[in-house]
Design a protein around this ligand. Structure first.
Ligand code: UN1
Length: 509
C-alpha cells in the first residue's frame, strides 16, 4: 500500500530491518507496525535497548558543543533545508502518516504542512532570540538578559500527530542550539524513522554530526529512561495526562525541566446568538476529525436552551451524512481509530454513558465487512449528558460528542465548560460582542486556547500551543514558546571605576 512512499522516503530497507550501522538504529526487540487502515503490516522496526540508549545519549553529548558553537542563524539555515526537504516529501510523508496512523490523507498533508510552517517560523526565529535590556539602579552599569542553549532536549510525542509535534519541538530546540533525542509513539514508528532520515540527510549534507538528532523507539520503558536521565536538560512530553503525571514526577524529582502538553476535554459553547451553520461545521469537524483523536478534539457541546433543539436536529442530520472508511480515499470523512485497544476504550465509554444516564442520539458500533477488516472503524456517537457524569469528565480519545444544555446567561455555560480537570482548548459560537468578550476575559474560559466563532481544533503554529490544569501548563510551537528551550541569564556589567552595591548598601573597609 505504501511501498512506493517508503522507497521515496528512503526508508524501505530500514523498515524491513536490514539497516546497517548508523547510531540511531536500534538492536532491541522488533515491533511490527500495523496499519489501522487495512490491518496489514507496514514494516518492522527494532526497539531501543538500554545500550542503544546510552550510545545515542553519548552521540548527543558529543554533538552538542559543536552545534551550540554554530551561530543561531546558521542553525536556522539547517532548519530551512529541513523545510525544503519536507516540501519535496510532502505527499509521501502525508500518505505514510495517513496509512500508519489512520487520519485522512488531507489531514496527513495538513500535518506535514504544519511541519513546513514551523520550519519557516524557526528560521525567522533564529535571528530573533531576543532578551530584554534594563536600566541599572547603579551609575555606569548596564543590565541585560540573554538566552543560551540548554543542551539535550528530549521529545516524547504521541501517535495522533506522529510527525508535526516532533517538528514543533525539534525545530525550536535546534535553532535554540540544542541537540534532540526523540521518542515517537511505538504505534507510529515508521513516521519517526522517516522524519529522522530526512533530518539526518540534511546534517550529513552539511557535514554536521548526526548526533544532533536521534530517535529511540519503544514503549514506556524508554520514556522512563529519558525522564530519569539528568543528562536530558529539558523533556518535552505530549500525550495522556497519566503519562504526563509520571514524567512530571520523575523529572521534578531530579529538579529537571519538563514541558507538558497533555489531555483536553474541549468544549464549544453555543449561545442563543450563534450562527447555526457555522456551529454545526465547527462541531462536526472538531468531534469526528482525526476520528476524535486530537488533543483539541471537540468533546462537549454546551448549547443554550433556546437553540438546543435546532442544534440537536441539525447535528443528527449532519452525522447521518458522514462517510466512514479508508482515509486514503478522499470521499470518506472518518478513518479508523489507531488500534483495537482504542476501539475497546470507545466501547467501554459507550457503555458508561448509558449506565450513567446519558441518552444516545447517534449510537456507536464497530463496523464490520469489506473495507473494515482492521476492526478499527467505529461509528461516531452523539449523546445527551450532564456535565458532571464521570465519563464526561474523562478524555475518551474517540469520536464521541456530548451534548449539554444550559439555561440563562453565558456565565452558566462557562461554569460548565470550566468544570473539568483539563484546560486545553475551548470556543464560543456567538455574534454577541458582550458574550464573546466575557468568554475571553479572566472570568471566562480557563483554557490555554480560547476561540471565537471557530472550533476547538486546528490551531495554527504561530500561537503558543498548550493548556492549563491537567493539560500540564506547557506551551509549544509559536509565540515565545521558544524560551522554554533555552536558559535565561541576567547580566550586569559595571563600566565605572567604583563598586557601588545594589539597594544602596554600604560596605566600607
Ligand atoms: C494534538 O492533538 O496533539 O489544533 C495537537 C490542532 C493541531 C494540533 C493538535 N494543530 O488540531
Amino acid at each position: 500500500m505504501i511501498e512506493k512512499e517508503l522507497k521515496s522516503l528512503g526508508i524501505a530497507n530500514i523498515c524491513e530491518g536490514t539497516s546497517t550501522g548508523k547510531h540511531w538504529f536500534s538492536n532491541g526487540e522488533t515491533i511490527v507496525s500495523t496499519s489501522p487502515v487495512d490491518g496489514k503490516n507496514s514494516g518492522r522496526v527494532s526497539c531501543t535497548d538500554k545500550s542503544d540508549y546510552e550510545r545515542l545519549v553519548a552521540a548527543a553529548r558529543t554533538a552538542k558543543q559543536e552545534w551550540a558553537n554554530f551561530p543561531a542563524p546558521q542553525r536556522g539555515e539547517i532548519v530551512r533545508q529541513l523545510g525544503e526537504k519536507l516540501r519535496l516529501h510532502k505527499s509521501a510523508l502525508g500518505k505514510l502518516v495517513s496509512y500508519e496512523m489512520g487520519k485522512s490523507y488531507q489531514e496527513g498533508l495538513g500535518e506535514v504542512q504544519e511541519m513546513i510552517d514551523i520550519c519557516d517560523f524557526a528560521v525567522g526565529l533564529s535571528r530573533q532570540l531576543y532578551g530584554f535590556t534594563m536600566h541599572s539602579e547603579r551609575p555606569e552599569h548596564r543590565m541585560y538578559e540573554q538566552y543560551h542553549p540548554l543542551g539535550i532536549v528530549g521529545i516524547i510525542s504521541a501517535f495522533n500527530f506522529p510527525v508535526a509535534v516532533w517538528a514543533w519541538n525539534a525545530t525550536l530546540a535546534l535553532v535554540c542550539g540544542n541537540v534532540i533525542i526523540w521518542k515517537g509513539s511505538e504505534k507510529t514508528p515508521l513516521c519517526s524513522i522517516a522524519c529522522q532520515k530526512i533530518l539526518a540527510e540534511v546534517l550529513i549534507e552539511n557535514s554536521l554530526p548526526e548526533g544532533i538528532s536521534s530517535i529511540c523507539t519503544g514503549a514506556a520503558d524508554v520514556g522512563r529512561w529519558m525522564a530519569e536521565d539528568n543528562r536530558i536538560d529539558l523533556l518535552s512530553a505530549t500525550g495522556s495526562t497519566k503519562m504526563g503525571k509520571q514524567v512530571a514526577a520523575s523529572v521534578a524529582s531530579r529538579l529537571g525541566k519538563s514541558l507538558l502538553e497533555l489531555g483536553g476535554n474541549n468544549a464549544i459553547i453555543v449561545t442563543a446568538h450563534a450562527d447555526l451553520k457555522m456551529t454545526i461545521m465547527a462541531a462536526v469537524f472538531g468531534a469526528v476529525g482525526t476520528a476524535g483523536q486530537r488533543c483539541t478534539s471537540t468533546r462537549r457541546l454546551i448549547v443554550h436552551e433556546d437553540l438546543y433543539a435546532q442544534v440537536r436536529d441539525a447535528l443528527i442530520g449532519a452525522y447521518q451524512q458522514l462517510k466512514i472508511g479508508n482515509p486514503l480515499n478522499t470521499t470518506n470523512h472518518i478513518g479508523p481509530l489507531i488500534d483495537v485497544d482504542a476501539v475497546k476504550n470507545y466501547l467501554s465509554a459507550l457503555k458508561e454513558i448509558k449506565k450513567q444516564g446519558g441518552k444516545i442520539l447517534i449510537d456507536g458500533e464497530v463496523l464490520k465487512g469489506e473495507g473494515y477488516e482492521s476492526n478499527c472503524y467505529v461509528r461516531p456517537v452523539v449523546a445527551e449528558v450532564e456535565n458532571h457524569y464521570a465519563i464526561v469528565q474523562k478524555e475518551t480519545f474517540a469520536p464521541i460528542l456530548y451534548l449539554i444544555k444550559y439555561r440563562g446567561e453565558v456565565s452558566e455555560a462557562i461554569k460548565l465548560q470550566n468544570e473539568v480537570a483539563q484546560g486545553l482548548s475551548s470556543s464560543i459560537m456567538t455574534n454577541n460582542l458582550q458574550e464573546a468578550e466575557y468568554f475571553l476575559s479572566h472570568r471566562g474560559s480557563d483554557c490555554g486556547i480560547a476561540n471565537v466563532n471557530i472550533g476547538t481544533s486546528g490551531a495554527e503554529i504561530g500561537g503558543a500551543f498548550g493548556g492549563e490544569k491537567e493539560t500540564g501548563g506547557g506551551r509549544e510551537s509559536g509565540s515565545d514558546a521558544w524560551k522554554a528551550y533555552m536558559r535565561r541569564q541576567t547580566n550586569t556589567i559595571n563600566y565605572s571605576n567604583a563598586l557601588p552595591l545594589a539597594q544602596g548598601i554600604k560596605f566600607d573597609f
